[in-house]
Design a protein around this ligand. Structure first.
Ligand code: AFD
Ligand code: MN
Ligand code: MN
Length: 428
């Protein structure tokens, strides 16, 4: 953790300017009939889970550039996650990935997390890599594989991941498959989908009480011709076939360029199948860039659908908000601090949308005023709102600068001087 004195000094130095900015924003919102305290209360409820696999530097298939002091074990990843939560006050849970985060003593890991003020969100299985000593290879697929022995091994792994998740207090399993084909003819397009549905049904039938399955779709991997769960339609067909506790996971980077993601989010909300998100941003592919760094307006429009559904009280609407990024050139902790801030800003802007006016303009066909109503919220500088929520909860007014002032990275570089052995999530 960061020394409380450093954090207090950081906030003291910025407090006066922050107050002036907040007072000005409060006055501006009041002009639109928006009460600052109401927005602050709603914003304070926003929480997002941190991915363990993003705490060390990521990588591409060409290589990885380690960061000094990056975590070498899941225990150290939790220490770094705790610093992010200390500064943002919005990341009380971590999403682990197995077998990368497997430990011998689950009680010790859970106790370590709890001592750091952390819990666990969805657990992630991994049948996209072969592990040492694994009897059957996933080279040509896993839950969709033509060989039932491979499918049985992949199903067993997912059930094992759920059991590990139960040890940690998790209540959701995220399934992302790299199952697919590289050439036409390689895989029977209908039968591979039927097989993945049968395999997922076996896992679903064994889900513990209160657990959900989040089915993550993705259109392609480099060198792919087709993936088995390639889009929201495939994920939805599977979720509807499996049952009420199976839903779709929307990873923002898992869409072909120019896809209207907010429209997909609206469709899934409409049928109770929006299970959650892997937040990131992308320019061309599954770039796993900092959320909001490339398409901030799209991120706002996604949150606009989420706030609209929450305000309307759509039945069963409780998406799991999680981050999925890979930090190849930014310091992982700094990138995640920035990401959480960007997500909170998008959420805050969506909270400012005048929904009554928007509904009126939509009903009356006033195109320009409907768009202008959305843009008015998007163009509001909500920085002081987000900073105030952090401050009131004991966080940092500016998390990235507070982190840099703390010297935490340099301290970890000294403490964790032996090279990271944690398996990077990159493709190297
Ligand atoms: C990769 C996949 C997918 C998955 C993540 C963690 O594209 O997004 O959720 O790894 O397994 O990014
Ligand atoms: Mn993902
Ligand atoms: Mn991805």
């Amino acid at each position: 953790m960061i020394d409380a004195e450093i954090l207090e000094r950081h906030n003291r130095q910025r407090e006066a300017a922050h107050r002036r900015d907040l007072e000005y924003l409060a006055e501006r919102l009041a002009r639109s009939g928006i009460a600052l305290e109401t927005v602050l209360d709603e914003l304070a409820a926003f929480e997002v889970a941190l991915p363990t696999w993003a705490m060390a530097a990521g990588g591409t298939r060409f290589g990885r550039f380690p960061v000094p002091g990056e975590p070498r074990t899941v225990f150290e990843k939790l220490e770094d996650a705790a610093v992010i939560h200390q500064l943002t006050r919005a990341t009380p849970r971590v999403s682990p990935h197995f077998p990368w985060d497997v430990v011998d003593d689950w009680a010790a890991l859970r106790a370590h997390a709890e001592a750091l003020g952390l819990g666990f969100d969805a657990v992630n299985s991994n049948t996209f890599q072969d592990q040492p000593g694994q009897p059957h290879s996933y080279k040509l697929g896993s839950l969709s594989h033509a060989d039932p022995a491979v499918r049985r091994q992949a199903i067993a792994h997912n059930l094992q991941v759920v059991a590990w998740g139960q040890e940690l207090g998790s209540a959701a399993l995220t399934v992302w498959l790299a199952d697919g084909s590289n050439y036409p003819g390689q895989m029977h397009l209908r039968r591979s989908f039927e097989r993945v549905q049968e395999s997922l049904a076996e896992i679903y039938a064994a889900l513990p009480e209160g657990w959900r399955m989040l089915i993550e779709y993705k259109p392609y991997e480099p060198a792919f011709y087709a993936t088995v769960i390639q889009d929201w339609g495939s994920a939805l067909l599977l979720a509807q076939a499996l049952g009420e506790r199976a839903q779709c996971l929307v990873d923002l980077g898992h869409h072909l360029p120019n896809t209207n993601i907010e429209l997909i989010v609206a469709r899934l909300i409409g049928v109770g199948k929006l299970g959650g998100f892997h937040f990131n941003d992308a320019k061309y592919g599954d770039d796993d860039l900092t959320a909001g760094s490339i398409k901030p307006y799209q991120l706002f429009l996604v949150f606009n659908e989420l706030v609209d559904a929450a305000r309307e009280g759509v039945p069963g609407f409780r998406p799991a908000y999680m981050i999925d990024q890979s930090h190849n050139v930014k310091d992982p902790i700094e990138a995640l601090l920035q990401t959480v801030d960007h997500l909170q800003r998008a959420y805050a802007r969506a909270l400012l949308v005048d929904r009554e006016a928007l509904g009126h303009y939509q009903e009356t066909g006033d195109v320009l005023m409907a768009e202008r109503t959305l843009r008015a919220a998007f163009e509001t500088d909500v920085g002081p709102l987000v900073a105030e929520v952090r401050r009131r909860r004991g966080g940092a007014l500016d998390p990235v600068l507070a982190f840099r002032e703390s010297g935490y990275r340099q301290q970890k570089a000294r403490e964790r001087s032996t090279p990271a052995t944690a398996q990077a999530p990159g493709y190297a």
